[in-house]
Design a protein around this ligand. Structure first.
Ligand SMILES: NCc1[nH]cc(CCC(=O)O)c1CC(=O)O
Length: 287
């Protein structure tokens, strides 16, 4: 029985179930879930950039791995810091769903159709700054909490809409409430958004077991995105974001950064095996 650790939230549990099914299908192994509340889940009244520290959503889970209370951990890759502590490793990135951000509005109108001064909920600096670049008249309202809480807040906080990750809404089976999906180039998603990963201790039996679930093309894309974030010092507290996709032998990467108060977006394309070098070149173009 493989002990699978994840956060105690309906989305995290659903994500763990997806990976558990994959482990059962492809490796013919049985799993059981272990749920943990993380610091990021506990402190809900402070914005993430103010709580500070990296890996707010994974620390407690990593401790469970260290104590061998759990064998593997399942995370949304975007919640995982670009540099892990020495003991840990990402064994596999087995799936990536829709990486886009989605707009959920109260009145069914799209983002551009909203009234002047519309109140849009998000606590992500990346989302806020890119939304404001599209429409300077809107008001950004910080909202924290899990996906369901944030949707409830549309009504409770008298918002006109909220922006959430499409992948999360789809996994929860509530994507019918989406009013509009933002094009990737309009609102560049967080590095790794939509991808799930399996984290293990370094070089242990579970790492070897799980690494066969890795999908090389997805891995190259998310590593390119994460490398840009690392080189530009991005995180929850910054605008830095990137998205990569592979078609045939080629990888296309687009990134966004802030320079002198202005948002800049750049892209690059090349042979997919050069993903790291291409991400380095794109990071350079972005600063
Ligand atoms: N920040 C929390 C978080 N971490 C991962 C997802 C969505 C699922 C994913 O990106 O895989 C979400 C919710 C959201 O941003 O709306």
């Amino acid at each position: 029985m493989i002990k699978v650790a994840t956060r105690k939230s309906s989305l995290a549990e659903k994500q763990a179930d997806i990976i558990i099914e994959m482990i059962s299908d492809k490796l013919n192994l049985e799993c059981e879930k272990r749920l943990y509340t993380t610091k990021g889940d506990r402190i809900l009244d402070v914005s993430l950039d103010k709580i500070g520290g990296k890996g707010l959503f994974i620390k407690e889970i990593e401790i469970a791995l260290l104590k061998k209370e759990a064998d593997i951990a399942v995370h949304s890759l975007k919640d995982v810091p670009t540099e892990l502590d020495d003991n840990f490793e990402i064994a596999a990135v087995p799936i990536r769903d829709d990486a886009r951000d989605a707009f959920v509005s109260m009145n069914g109108l799209t983002f551009f159709e909203q009234r002047r001064g519309a109140r849009i909920g998000t606590s992500s600096i990346r989302r806020a700054k890119q939304l404001l670049a599209l429409r300077g008249d809107i008001e950004i309202v910080p909202i924290r909490g899990n996906v369901n809480t944030r949707i409830e807040k549309i009504e409770r906080e008298n918002l006109d809409g909220v922006v959430l990750a499409a992948a999360g809404l789809k996994r929860l089976g509530i994507d019918a409430i989406v009013t509009e999906y933002f094009d990737i180039e309009k609102i560049i998603p967080a590095c790794g958004q939509g991808a799930l990963c399996i984290e293990t201790l370094k070089n242990n039996e579970f790492y070897d077991m799980m690494k066969v679930l890795n999908k090389e093309d997805i891995r190259m894309c998310v590593e390119a995105e994460r490398n840009i974030m690392k080189l530009l010092n991005g995180g929850c507290h910054s605008l830095v974001a990137a998205y990569a996709k592979i078609e045939g032998d080629y990888i296309y990467i687009i990134g966004v950064n802030e320079k002198g108060g202005k948002i800049i977006k750049k892209d690059i394309e090349g042979k997919k095996e050069n993903f790291l070098e291409l991400s380095r070149q794109l990071a350079k173009k972005l600063c």
